[in-house]
Design a protein around this ligand. Structure first.
Ligand SMILES: [Zn+2]
Length: 259
């Protein structure tokens, strides 16, 4: 795509966002790659490519219960990256949109907490997060970040101070149900929005990828900003194949011009 094409599409997207009554953002790994967090489901990622480890086994609820040490060792580089990452200009743009009264909520597939850390207040984290950790025996919850930091230092699987059970980060593992409340809230937000801004998601993971379809069915306009093509590009009103951190600040600048 040439620059002129991009500028035209950015203007189209800006117009749609400007006239929105209820704008909802739906984000995936692509919004966080500029914060240094690899898309850990994509082909290029080391985490998912190791020949000796099957993530579907290690990062499953079954695998975690059977061998938490292997899970923690596997998740160590990702946890380390996430705890040290900071929000980028795309996350910040979504905060500005919320502050300006345009954006009502963010639905995310990311577990990196960068939307809440950037300052968005209405965030539905469909795949969980690392903010909390839960004992798999007594289900008590504890602050997740200090527990992960401790693990990164000593490499010991964290245990519950109350009952001695293993602590599991509140991220949704394979074979685990999505958090019911977040899922319902996200579905509701998708139904009610009149514009859905999809950022950095390949839209391949169900049921999270149902949100744009729910939005479209309810006559919402769809904007997709993603580096690669998605299988929902054909139903979008505007599709921009570029980095979110590059495009969103430009949309903000154009918004200021039209106000
Ligand atoms: Zn416990």
């Amino acid at each position: 795509m040439n620059d002129e094409d991009n500028i035209h599409k950015i203007k189209q997207a800006t117009h749609i966002i400007h006239t929105a009554n209820n704008l909802v953002a739906f984000t995936g790994a692509g919004i966080s790659t500029d914060s240094g967090i690899p898309d850990f489901r994509s082909d290029v990622s080391g985490l998912w490519k190791r020949a000796d480890i099957d993530p579907l086994e290690v990062a499953s609820l079954f695998g975690f219960r059977r061998n938490p040490q292997t899970f923690y060792e596997w998740v160590r580089p990702l946890a380390n990256t996430i705890l040290n990452a900071t929000p980028n200009s795309a996350h910040e743009a979504l905060v500005t949109l919320e502050t300006d009264g345009l954006l009502t909520s963010v639905i995310t597939q990311n577990i990196d907490m960068l939307h809440t850390r950037a300052g968005n207040t209405n965030v539905y984290e469909l795949h969980g997060h690392m903010r909390l950790t839960t004992c798999i025996r007594c289900y008590h919850e504890f602050d997740g970040v200090p527990i992960l930091e401790q693990f990164l230092m000593d490499g010991l699987v964290p245990h519950c101070p109350d009952c001695g059970g293993v602590l599991k980060p509140n991220v949704i593992l394979f074979g685990e149900q999505l958090p019911v409340r977040e899922l319902r809230q996200a579905q509701e937000a998708s139904k009610k929005c009149d514009v859905m801004l999809i950022i950095g998601s390949s839209l391949e993971v169900a049921p999270a990828n149902q949100m744009p379809i729910i939005a479209k069915r309810n006559m919402a306009k769809i904007i997709i900003i993603n580096l690669e093509e998605t299988h929902l590009d054909h139903m979008a009103d505007v599709v921009i194949h570029a980095r979110a951190a590059q495009i969103l600040p430009q949309i903000l600048t154009h918004l200021q011009d039209v106000v």
